[in-house]
Design a protein around this ligand. Structure first.
Ligand SMILES: Cc1cc2nc3c(=O)[nH]c(=O)nc-3n(C[C@H](O)[C@H](O)[C@H](O)COP(=O)(O)O)c2cc1C
Length: 182
């Protein structure tokens, strides 16, 4: 079994990475392999809203015409047994890099062939409000919604804030361990 972790944080050692990394540690303890991707390191253009009606090739063929790192991440999602999507909470919402990615992912999955390939793949969301600590559950709502539109089977959504991150870490480790049975 292997997990793909997609992070919308640019901080490789920040709070989001710590939360997601702890879940992966739990998974690793039971023999699950994991790979981490940090979206801000990659080139993910925003959706071009192709065609006058706003629907492009994505809606018909389940692929995006933009030649950047998007397609390779989608390939990794298809190859993974489960996906963990982690984001720092910005304005009670997803980070911009994750939003750009999910904006395009939902398009190729919604009408095109993509969702068949994602086909109920288990997904877990982690939203870390690392500032004043507000907006983590609101962010979870947005992340849960977009992942479900993409066709994922969202099995858990974990809000965390700077003030309670330490208490959430053991829980995240257990969730990682529990993935083996999913
Ligand atoms: C543009 C922006 C908006 C932010 N909005 C919030 C917020 O709504 N609530 C909050 O608690 N923290 C907010 N923060 C703080 C981030 O959540 C915090 O820096 C993040 O968790 C750090 O994660 P990282 O260590 O992975 O970078 C914001 C930070 C930025 C840069």
């Amino acid at each position: 079994m292997n997990i793909l972790m997609i992070s919308g944080s640019r901080n490789l050692e920040g709070q989001t990475a710590q939360a997601a990394g702890t879940l992966l540690e739990g998974a690793s303890a039971v023999g699950i392999e994991g790979e981490m991707i940090f979206l801000p390191q990659l080139i993910i253009e925003r959706c071009r809203q192709c065609d006058d009606d706003g629907w492009g090739v994505c809606s018909k063929e389940g692929r995006c015409i933009i030649d950047d790192d998007f397609a390779s991440i989608f390939q990794k999602i298809k190859e993974a047994d489960a996906v963990v999507v982690a984001t720092p909470v910005y304005f009670g919402d997803l980070s911009e890099s994750l939003r750009a990615f999910t904006d395009r992912l939902r398009r190729i999955c919604f009408k095109g062939g993509g969702s068949k390939e994602i086909g109920d793949k288990p997904a877990i969301g982690i939203c870390v409000a690392g500032g004043r600590g507000f907006g983590a559950s609101e962010c979870c709502f947005h992340l849960d919604k977009v992942l479900r539109i993409c066709g994922f089977n969202v099995i858990d959504m974990i809000p965390a804030r700077r003030q309670n991150l330490d208490t959430k870490l053991p829980h995240l480790r257990l969730i990682g361990k529990g993935l083996v049975t999913k």
